[in-house]
Each structure stands twice: as structure tokens, then as C-alpha cells.
Design a protein around this ligand. Structure first.
Ligand SMILES: O=C(O)CCC(=O)C(=O)O
Ligand SMILES: [Fe+2]
Length: 305
């Protein structure tokens, strides 16, 4: 239809069409480690939603991936934490603060344990993921320093990254975005917020072992700025009070991403609503990752999990 005929033909269809609530279109760029120098300021573009995310294919070799999978699987249970959607290794910040509350000595020893775990990162994960993350994000931010925030009361540190093991039948990671967690658990973030701009944080993870089927990352075409309420696992409500059925393609657009062993994804997980699809088949899905954000003065980056 030409511009003029469109302009003069206010037909019935245009009036009765449902409102277009998918105002944000997901756009993911794919690259590999060798081409990363073409993306010198992409972290900012991801945070500003100019691009939704970046997939770095084969960030880790097959050999390294296999070594990490076997080390993570056989890691001692007392370093692992069971949560509803699976197992986290080692314990991340949000569940630690959930279990320890404001108990200062428990929290202090949690942060000290993280520091010790990090000193033995190759032994504990099978690979120096901290160097990989620091180099990658430094390249994606025009050369900024990338650090792990210090723990509460200047004790130890946050954990840099965690592995997530989701078992078939144990489900999925239901729909969420990083900002919704900060909204509901704002006192959890009180300390981190002093150093780090946690709002609009960026998510990243490396796929180590995909499930036989399912386990895809689904990004939905709606942002925290327009949708801030979870009604249930399949329904969101936007700021206009409209219900969004995330299972209904007429209600919302989405993009599903399948990652292979060794692939890394960096995306606007703070702002874009997303979920991990149900794990099916016979094997666990294993990823390793966390969050990254600018420091309060924008001079460096902080990453944690
Ligand atoms: O699959 C994962 O490891 C976590 C995905 C996720 O929700 C995130 O990275 O924000
Ligand atoms: Fe997430």
C-alpha cells in the first residue's frame, strides 16, 4: 500500500486491530572471539538497548568445556546450593542473603569463602573464567577495568560467577528481568548499590552443557520500562494495565536462542523480560555466568553473581 492510499484509507481493520504492545524488537548480533575488536563499545550499546545482546560463538574450546563440565559435576556438595530451579555452584549472592538475612558473621564468612574460592578458580571450575570475563568485557567497553566488588564490612568479595545446573524435570527459570529482582529485593542490593549501578545490569553466561532439548533462552519483546508486574508464570501486566500472555504469539513477540557448548551470550537481562525454557531429555543443563554493570562513577565495571 502506498503512503497516500494508506493515509486516505482509514479502513475498519486499522481501527479494530489490537494495540501493538510489542514495542521493543529483539536484535541479537553473533560474532566470535577473533572479531571482538569490532565491538569496542558494545557493552554500552547493550545497556542502552541499541542491541539486545551479543552471542560470541565458541568462546571456549571443546576441550576446556569438557574439563569444566566434569569438574563442576564432581564438585563437593557443600559448595553447592539447591534452589527451586536446580543447583548453584558456589552459592550466589541472592540466595546467600536470603538464607543469612542480616546475620553479620554468617555474611562475613560467606564473603571470605568467596575470596578463597576465587583464589582457586582453576581448581574449582576447571578454567580461569575470571580472566576470560575481564578480558572480554574490557574489550567490549573500550578498555575499562573489570573487577569483582568487595564484600560487606570490607570482608572478602562477592562471588565472580556461578555455575547453574538445571535437571530435567526440575523445570525452567521462569520469566523475569534483573530489574524486577532489584525492585522486590531492594534491601539485598543496598550494599552492592553503593559501588555499582545495579539497575539495568547486563546478564551474561557461557553454555557448558546444553540439555537434550528445551533449555533455550527466550527473550520477549517487552522491557522493564513498560512492564513491571508478574501475574503468574505465563502472564505479565504492562504499565497500562494490559495483561500479556507470554505463551500467545498474538500477545507478544519473542526470540528463542539456542546456544552450543562454549558459546557465550551477553544481553540486557536487567531490562528485557526473559526465561529459560523447560529442560527435557536425560541430561542436566550447565551454564556459568552472572551479571555485569558500570561502577557508580562509570570508571570501571563490576561483575558478580
Ligand atoms: O541460564 C542461565 O544460566 C541464566 C539465565 C538468566 O536468566 C540470566 O543470565 O539472566
Ligand atoms: Fe536472568
Amino acid at each position: 500500500m502506498s503512503f497516500l492510499s494508506k493515509f486516505f484509507n482509514f479502513d475498519k481493520k486499522q481501527i479494530t486491530d489490537p494495540p501493538d504492545i510489542s514495542v521493543y524488537d529483539i536484535n541479537i548480533i553473533e560474532t566470535n572471539m577473533d572479531a571482538l575488536n569490532e565491538f569496542s563499545y558494545s557493552l554500552k550499546d547493550i545497556q542502552d538497548l541499541k542491541i539486545s545482546g551479543l552471542i560470541i560463538r565458541n568462546a571456549l574450546s571443546e576441550e576446556t568445556v569438557n574439563k569444566c563440565v566434569s569438574i563442576i559435576k564432581s564438585a563437593p556438595d557443600d559448595n553447592k546450593k539447591e534452589i527451586t530451579s536446580g543447583t548453584i555452584y558456589p552459592e550466589g549472592f541472592s540466595t546467600a542473603i536470603e538464607s543469612f538475612g542480616k546475620d553479620e558473621s554468617e555474611l562475613n564468612s560467606y564473603f571470605v569463602r568467596n575470596k578463597i574460592f576465587r583464589e582457586n578458580i582453576v581448581e574449582n571450575f576447571g578454567f580461569d573464567f575470571e580472566s576470560l570475563i575481564q578480558d572480554t568485557f574490557s574489550q567490549l567497553s573500550g578498555g575499562l577495568k573489570v573487577e569483582v566488588p568487595q564484600g560487606m564490612n570490607d570482608k572478602g568479595s562477592y562471588i565472580s560467577l556461578t555455575a547453574k545446573i538445571i535437571k530435567p524435570g526440575q523445570g525452567s527459570i521462569p520469566i523475569h528481568c534483573g530489574n524486577v529482582l532489584q525492585y522486590y529485593f531492594d534491601d539485598f542490593y543496598e550494599h552492592l548499590e553503593k559501588s555499582t549501578s545495579v539497575y539495568d545490569q547486563v546478564s551474561y553466561f557461557i553454555m557448558l552443557d546444553p540439555s537434550d532439548s528445551g533449555g533455550e533462552l527466550t527473550l520477549y519483546n517487552t522491557l522493564w520500562s513498560e512492564t513491571q508486574k508478574i501475574i503468574d508464570n505465563s502472564t505479565l501486566e504492562n504499565l497500562d494495565g494490559e495483561k500479556i500472555n507470554i505463551e500467545d504469539p498474538n500477545s507478544i513477540g519473542k526470540q528463542q536462542l539456542k546456544l552450543n557448548p562454549g558459546d557465550m551470550i551477553i544481553f540486557s537481562g536487567g531490562q528485557i523480560w526473559h526465561r529459560i525454557e523447560e529442560i527435557r531429555g536425560s541430561k542436566d543443563r550447565i551454564t556459568i555466568g552472572g551479571f555485569i554493570a558500570y561502577s557508580k562513577n562509570n570508571e570501571k565495571l563490576y561483575y558478580w553473581s
